[in-house]
Design a protein around this ligand. Structure first.
Ligand code: ADP
Ligand code: ADP
Length: 228
């Protein structure tokens, strides 16, 4: 579902943010992405979201080679990728329901169909009863779950999370991880960037570790095909 083949990213000629990164994540696989600050985690996620382009190597998401994807096709690719942020980026001037409905509105999904999907997403994160509330009225863990409902409302095959448990205590973090794991069990490929070593050790999932832009564990050996 996600494949990096010898992917290198340079922001300027002398600074390499990612160096010849190789790995593949299958459908329904869940993995952590970790490494020190500046190791390249955000850059790797941005490449998948096509917010940045590789300087070398090949990047395939959902069978599509992203390297030379025309700009006008980027919005279509993004629809297949749900993203969860640490600060969840909810809008506090609208209800929980409206926050979750936002991606569908952008896509022009008819209200009746949107309503069905929003309620299915809220049901999955256990917040169906709070759809009319304002996110301000919810706890931190609940707000994060609204962010997750919004990320999956479109049923994306890929779910990316950037420090999704950064502001939560261990118990709530475990709840959030349970949700991610449920999505992976229905076939969603989940990649979670985190510094939370305790959480990683506790759950024992595959872990991709970056060190100064190099993938030092959890990757796949390079099989050939792309030139880096
Ligand atoms: P992490 O998410 O692991 O903290 P990043 O991917 O943000 O790491 O950063 C990797 C390296 O790339 C760092 O040295 C950072 O300074 C650099 N970098 C990140 N974004 C940019 C950018 N837009 N322009 C130039 N350098 C960048
Ligand atoms: P439909 O739109 O087909 O009526 P539902 O919303 O009832 O489907 O969900 C059908 C199944 O698909 C559920 O078991 C759900 O968990 C699963 N599913 C598959 N991919 C995703 C995804 N990206 N996010 C959430 N659920 C998903």
């Amino acid at each position: 579902m996600i494949e990096f083949r010898q992917v290198t990213k340079r922001y300027d000629s002398d600074h390499t943010a990612l160096a010849q990164v190789n790995f593949a994540l299958d459908r329904g696989e869940l993995a952590f992405l970790t490494g020190h600050s500046g190791a390249g985690k955000s850059t790797l996620l941005k490449l998948i979201m096509v917010m940045e382009r590789p300087s070398a190597g090949e990047l395939v998401v959902g069978g599509q080679l992203l390297n030379r994807l025309p700009r006008r096709q980027i919005p279509y690719i993004r629809r297949h990728i749900g993203v969860v942020f640490q600060n969840h980026q909810l809008l506090f001037d609208r209800t929980v329901y409206d926050n979750v409905a936002m991606p569908l509105e952008v896509m022009g999904v008819p209200p009746k169909e949107a309503g069905r999907r929003v309620r299915a997403a809220l049901d999955k994160v256990g917040l169906l009863s709070k759809e009319k509330m304002n996110p301000v009225q919810l706890s931190g863990g609940e707000q994060q779950r609204v962010g997750i409902a919004r990320a999956v409302v479109n049923k994306p095959p890929v779910l990316l999370a950037d420090e999704p448990t950064g502001n939560l205590d261990p118990e709530l973090s475990a709840d959030i991880m349970n949700l991610f794991s449920q999505f992976s069990q229905v076939g969603v490929t989940v990649l979670i960037a985190t510094h939370d070593i305790a959480l990683i050790n506790e759950l024992g999932h595959r872990t991709l570790t970056l060190d100064h832009g190099r993938l030092v564990s959890g990757g796949s050996p390079f099989q050939g095909g792309a030139r880096g």
